[in-house]
Write a protein that binds this ligand. Structure first.
Ligand code: PEP
Length: 248
């Protein structure tokens, strides 16, 4: 099955109105790579100005609350980010699973809320270093996929991002063979959960992706794109990753 590559940036709690100028170059690269989907998840406060500045680029959120509204001080609903111009959201990023103690059940509910609001979803999973060292990485990750997969999950609106927690922002990456093995395991879990639809679901790799390692990672079996943190903050670093995906 041919799956279109998806290269998504995650600005985390970085960026400012001035930094939106970086999106101009990213939008130009995205337009020059029609075979690749390019998207950037910005902080809530930048969604509307980003979507206005580069309407052709897919702008997203990094999280949404599972409820449609109500007494949840400081939280933002999926409908709110959609109204601001987001077309997708991340859910279950390890920095939320770890820092905000989000469970698989929370992640599932967030993905379902995003779908109801018309957003597409990148659902993140990944093991901690101690879990990998204990030989439990595959069991942990496939367990997260099984337990956080939203009801009605379909490739048209859901992608998975495999992000080993120890590789995020550290400059360390698993070997390409390890990534391919984990992506194969994730696809088998998807097949067990949603049947034939699993073939069409994109599985992205995330964790210290750079211009230097992108091509090798993106060529690995069952790797359908990349989720990029630090290297998505500037066009100079992100555009070569988009170009690497386009060149495959
Ligand atoms: C991320 O934030 O999802 C990520 C993968 O970060 P980095 O590319 O900086 O490791």
């Amino acid at each position: 099955m041919m799956r279109r590559k998806l290269v998504a940036g995650n600005w985390k709690m970085n960026g400012s109105c001035a930094a939106l100028a970086e999106l101009d170059g990213i939008a130009v690269a995205a337009a020059a790579a029609p075979g690749v989907d390019v998207a950037v998840a910005v902080p809530f406060t930048l969604i509307a100005p980003a979507a206005e500045r580069v309407p052709a680029l897919v702008i997203g959120a990094q999280d949404v609350h599972p409820a449609a509204g109500g007494a949840h001080t400081g939280c933002v609903s999926a409908a709110m980010v959609a109204e601001a111009g987001a077309r997708f959201t991340l859910v279950g990023h390890s920095e939320r699973r770890c820092d905000q103690a989000e469970s698989d059940g929370d992640v599932k509910a967030k993905a379902e809320a995003a779908y109801r609001a018309g957003l597409t979803v990148i659902l993140c999973v990944g093991e901690q270093l101690a879990e990998r060292d204990a030989g439990r990485a595959e069991a942990v990750v496939t367990g997260q996929v099984a337990a956080s997969l939203p009801d009605g999950a379909a490739a048209a609106w859901l992608s998975i991002a495999y992000e080993p927690v120890w590789a995020i922002g550290t400059g360390r990456t698993p070997t390409v063979a390890d990534v391919a093995q984990m992506h194969g395991a994730i696809r088998r879990q998807l097949a067990a959960s949603i049947g034939e639809e699993a073939d069409a679901v994109r599985i992205l790799y995330g964790g210290s992706v750079t211009a230097d390692n992108a091509a090798g990672l993106l060529r690995a079996g069952d790797v359908d794109g990349a989720l990029v943190g630090g290297a998505s903050l500037t066009a100079a670093k992100f555009v070569p990753i988009v170009e690497a995906a386009a060149a495959l």
